[in-house]
Design a binder for this molecule. Structure first.
Ligand SMILES: *[C@@H]1O[C@H](CO)[C@@H](O)[C@H](O)[C@H]1NC(C)=O
Length: 224
């Protein structure tokens, strides 16, 4: 097939132009388990700008963008030590796992901490767990929740430039399937897409956690 010939020719050309970078890229591809065919495709895509960084960037498995999860505070969390708890939050997406700091002796903690997840698959839910930090035993669970970022990602795909600051793009209402305690809004503010969430914790007697999500586009999310 003519297409195949062209493809092989392009790859060969890149190989002869950048043998060192290719070796590095193959090493990287091996570590992150990229199929040889997609390595070839990535190099093909970047044949005109085959600098080491552009080849390596092409190797990162389809990262759509960064999700900034600001863990703002907890409300009325469960008591796990005598009169209070030392709560912290774990946020997970796929294999990524991030933690906030511990706030001592407070069931209404203010963390105001921004955690960054790199999003490869926007259909994966983000899971959140709250724990009570114990020094001499295992940390006690204080509830869990999860949320979906599909509405946020849908909003990012729209052309929103030029909308008035603060425009609400979507609202998500609480239901039995989601963990929302109140209506959640996806909105446009200062040129970025945000979503505010208040999650009701499950598997625990009480407690809510307030979050603010912000989407940060990366090189590859321009193709969204
Ligand atoms: C846009 O709105 C946010 C609140 O949603 C506000 O903090 C910010 O100052 C506003 N920016 C401009 C340019 O008016």
């Amino acid at each position: 097939m003519p297409g195949t010939t062209y493809r092989c020719f392009s790859c060969l050309r890149v190989v002869s132009l950048v043998p060192l970078q290719l070796a590095t890229a193959q090493g990287y591809a091996h570590r992150v388990k990229i199929e040889p065919s997609s390595l070839q495709y990535a190099i093909l895509r970047h044949r005109r700008s085959a600098s080491p960084t552009s080849v390596l960037q092409a190797m990162v498995p389809e990262m759509l963008g960064l999700l900034k999860v600001k863990v703002q505070r907890g409300f009325n969390l469960a008591v796990r030590d005598f009169w209070s708890s030392d709560p912290y939050v774990i946020v997970k997406m796929g294999k990524q796992k991030l933690k906030t700091r511990v706030v001592r002796r407070n069931t209404n903690p203010v963390w105001n901490e921004e955690l960054t997840l790199s999003v490869e698959d926007p259909n994966l839910p983000v899971r959140l767990e709250v724990f009570d930090k114990d020094t001499f035993s295992l940390d006690d669970p204080m509830g869990r929740a999860e949320f979906d970022i599909r509405m946020l990602v849908e909003a990012v795909k729209m052309k929103l430039e030029g909308l008035p600051n603060g425009t609400i793009i979507t609202t998500v209402t609480p239901c039995r399937k989601n963990c929302l305690a109140e209506v959640s809004r996806v909105y446009w503010s200062d040129g970025e897409v945000f979503q505010d969430l208040i999650l009701r914790l499950r598997d625990v007697e009480r407690g809510e956690v307030e979050l603010k999500l912000r989407w940060v586009s990366t090189q590859s999310s321009r193709d969204l």
